[in-house]
Design a protein around this ligand. Structure first.
Ligand code: EPU
Length: 342
């Protein structure tokens, strides 16, 4: 069933808590709801607003926001081929409106491995493939089997297998060719009954050992503890997680920077390129903890911009530009926003 809201305040629906409004917001549950909505053609301006955790409204939205509400999680009875080939695997289908961390908790409770490193990432399941959310050495793409999407032109539902999602670092086909053409309604994950701990990132091994070793529950607790120690809680302080992506540069550029800055953290990326830690660049550019009125760069994680209360989206964006400029001036490197700016 559709729930329709007009001229709605969005401050409780975006994790930056900026006070913009939308002309209309439609909460939907089923594909029939979407069919009823798109049957007469798409409105001139629309987009999906799921958890609002990766979006910055810099003005009122004069179109329609679509919000998924369906939130069931099921072990899929008919397992996809890839699952049949690997007997330890379990296919789990989650609807777009499931809170991401509820899915992780659900999987951990059932001893299903594969998404525990992604514990406590704010957002809805439907947004996970768009951003290809990632943390602690894991990315959603590693566990995604397929994505169900409603095509707004045809009002059909199609299932896109993971190979066709063009997943990359915080990238997917949903941000490009399919942007504005589909609404994700559910995601099927391939999880595993066999333990597959992946503790190679940062402090994760140490924090897991400190809890008694690599059980699913210990890993989840360790990830949650590390995240809580570094990242501000959106319920307390408006933010959207990492505001910037870590920049990926040619190896020669990384080598040149490493010569000048031996402490620069570098990670191998696809196609022989190197990923730089934007948080480190921002900190070295002197912007960590920098505050201007109601907005600031978080003092424990420089990738995160925060709203101390009462900020507008434009103020956050102005600070983001300043941070980008500081990094450009010191290192000659561009850092792009990860957050979707509207
Ligand atoms: N660093 C600094 N100063 C900072 C922040 C980081 O020097 O203020 C250095 C760290 O010391 C480390 C390196 O930068 O050497 C990387 O830092 P960290 O491991 O904390 O991860 P990140 O690159 O800053 C990424 C994701 C996070 C994710 C963490 C952990 C992106 C854009 N961000 O951050 O994701 O939680 O790794 O895996 O890739 C998000 O997307 O919203 C998010 C929070």
């Amino acid at each position: 069933m559709i729930r329709d809201f007009y001229d709605i305040d969005l401050s409780g629906r975006n994790s930056f808590h900026v006070r913009q409004r939308a002309a209309r917001l439609v909460e939907f549950e089923t594909t029939d709801d979407l069919t009823a909505f798109f049957r007469k053609g798409a409105p001139a301006k629309w987009t999906v607003l799921a958890g609002g955790n990766n979006i910055l409204f810099t003005q009122d939205f004069d179109g329609v926001l679509l919000t998924p509400r369906a939130a069931s999680i099921d072990v899929v009875a008919e397992t996809p081929d890839a699952v049949a080939e690997t007997p330890d695997a379990v296919a789990v289908r989650a609807e777009a409106g499931v809170e991401w961390d509820d899915l992780v908790a659900w999987a951990v409770e059932r001893d299903l491995w594969g998404i525990e490193n992604l514990s406590l990432i704010p957002g809805k399941v439907g947004a996970a493939p768009v951003q290809n959310i990632g943390a602690y050495g894991a990315e959603a793409k590693d566990a995604i089997e397929s994505v169900e999407m409603f095509c707004t032109d045809t009002c059909n539902t199609l299932i896109l297998s993971r190979e066709h999602c063009a997943f990359g670092y915080r990238e997917s086909v949903f941000k490009h060719a399919l942007r504005g053409r589909v609404v994700i309604t559910a995601v099927t994950f391939r999880l595993s009954r066999r333990p597959r701990p992946d503790l190679g990132y940062g402090d994760l091994l140490r924090e897991t050992e400190a809890r008694g070793g690599a059980t699913l529950r210990n890993i989840r607790e360790a990830v949650c503890a590390i995240r809580r120690s570094k990242l501000p809680d959106t319920a307390v302080l408006g933010n959207a997680g990492s505001f910037f992506k870590n920049p990926v540069v040619e190896a020669a550029v990384a080598e040149r920077l490493r010569t000048d800055y031996p402490a620069l953290p570098l990670y191998p990326a696809a196609k022989g390129r190197m990923k730089l830690a934007a948080g480190w660049l921002i900190e070295q550019a002197g912007m960590k903890g920098h505050r201007e009125g109601c907005v600031g760069v978080h003092d424990r994680q420089a990738l995160v911009l925060v709203n101390y209360g009462g900020a507008t989206g434009s103020e956050v964006l102005a600070l983001a530009h300043k941070v980008q400029e500081a990094v450009r001036a010191k290192f000659g490197v561009e850092i792009a926003a990860e957050v979707n700016v509207l």
